[in-house]
Design a protein around this ligand. Structure first.
Ligand SMILES: [Zn+2]
Length: 159
């Protein structure tokens, strides 16, 4: 199956992204993709290492430049991955008013622990972690307002 869209990618505008947006667009065009959405991280938890990292204006300028360059060959969507929107309703509301095409809702934090962090597994059993994770996901989903619920690849069953 040929993949023509990717609705969840991170460029250098995310704290954990390392690639240049133009390079990523070129790679997507070379693969024959039709739609990509840059969904940069936006985290309001002050413990998050990406707290305060996202620069909306620079990101917007980069999106505009990418659209100028590649607009005829690929649809470049302007997205955001907002962490735990239900915990930060005011900030979430502010971001919703901006010109994003797509907003992902994500759960990265379970209380004071970041998912994937060793301390989480030291303090809780696997079942407890899943319980906590899906409870938080349910809260985020009931709160709503976003377009897509982001998948958390760090929550896995160990065999
Ligand atoms: Zn992501």
């Amino acid at each position: 199956m040929k993949v023509i869209a990717d609705m969840h990618i991170h460029s250098r505008f995310s704290v954990d992204g390392k690639d240049d947006m133009m390079t990523m667009c070129r790679a997507a065009v070379d693969r024959g993709m039709r739609y990509i959405c840059f969904t940069e991280h936006f985290d309001m938890n002050p413990r998050d290492y990406g707290f305060g990292y996202f620069a909306f204006k620079k990101f917007s300028e980069a999106i505009d430049m990418a659209r100028d360059e590649f607009g005829g060959t690929i649809s470049i969507l302007k997205g955001l991955e907002f962490g735990e929107p239900h915990l930060y309703p005011k900030e979430f509301e502010t971001m919703l008013k901006k010109d994003f095409d797509v907003i992902l809702g994500a759960v990265h934090w379970l209380g004071q622990f970041l998912i994937g962090q060793k301390e989480l597994e030291e303090n809780f059993g696997q079942e407890e972690i899943f319980e906590k994770y899906y409870t938080e996901v349910l809260k985020a989903t009931r709160f709503g307002g976003f377009d897509i619920l982001a998948r958390q690849s760090q929550v896995k069953f160990q065999s």
